[in-house]
Design a protein around this ligand. Sequence first.
Ligand SMILES: [Fe+2]
Ligand SMILES: [Fe+2]
Length: 340
Amino acid sequence: MTTVPATTQPGLPYAHGPISRAVIERLGDRAPDNHLEPVWVALRDADPLGLDLQLALYVCYELHYRGFAGVDQNWEWNAGLLHLRSQFERLFLTAVRREVGDIGPHDTAEREMARLSVEPADGTGPSYHLRDEGTWTQMREYFVHRSLYHLKEGDPHAWLIPRLSGQAKASFVAVEFDEYGAGSGARVHQRLFGDLMSAAGLDDSYLGYLDAVPAEALALVNLMSMFGLHRRLRGAATGHFAATEITSPPGSQRMVTALQRLGAPEACVRFYREHVEADAVHEQVVRHDVVGDLVSREPELDTDVVFGIRAFGALEDRLAAHLMTSWQAGRSSLRRPLAA
Ligand SMILES: [Fe+2]
Ligand SMILES: [Fe+2]
């Protein structure tokens, strides 16, 4: 008999400032169900990319995924909380647009995807560092940063399905089908990442490290949730999805090389090896049949696709800079360093 991991709800995280405290404390109450009650927080001095706001936004979005143990499920669609979340989103989106900068009239999705495919053999980010000289401790920290996304891999982009049509929808779902194990529960990528975490001696529970990761790691997942949950941002969500798939094969190959160099358990190598192979196919499908079809159908979304691709890169760069700065200074990149 194979044991099926129980689907348990995560607990609420600890607050990290007045914004996240206001949200987390409010969620301890029952959601008001017959009157509109605003949830107020002063946001004038808020850092949109800082830990306090990113954590508050993460908690708001999580109500749409698995929710939290002991939290009234009616908060998911509570208008008072959604109003507050929309203020977080406005600040966050403005900050991301600032990071991305102007998008010129000649910057098309097609060009942007072609640019993404050309990666230097000798880059400077964490996957290059891990490939060439990173330690097993740094590798385990890397898994922890990525665990927030990979343990819900596929889900943030799945909001796109009803927002696409025709060939773009068909091809998008074909790629997502693979992310969800192509019909096999044991091969769902979320599950493969859980196996990786266990094999590395880490907690494989969903959001097990929500209290350990920095703002940069939270922002990556918040970006996907924001793009996915807003129909008006469907072009950006599609661009983000394309960037994820196109950059995956070379990045995953570096991870395979790194893990083999470190003599890592097979389950750790397997997750990335699966992505080297599957995403080489996904990349082509996404490029032509998802993005290509979407922009031919709705040309006005082309710039939004470029924005989604660049937003992915900008926030990935922020996490990469945080990891490399921490490691070069001999520090842990986590808020709570892992036990050896
Ligand atoms: Fe995957
Ligand atoms: Fe993929």
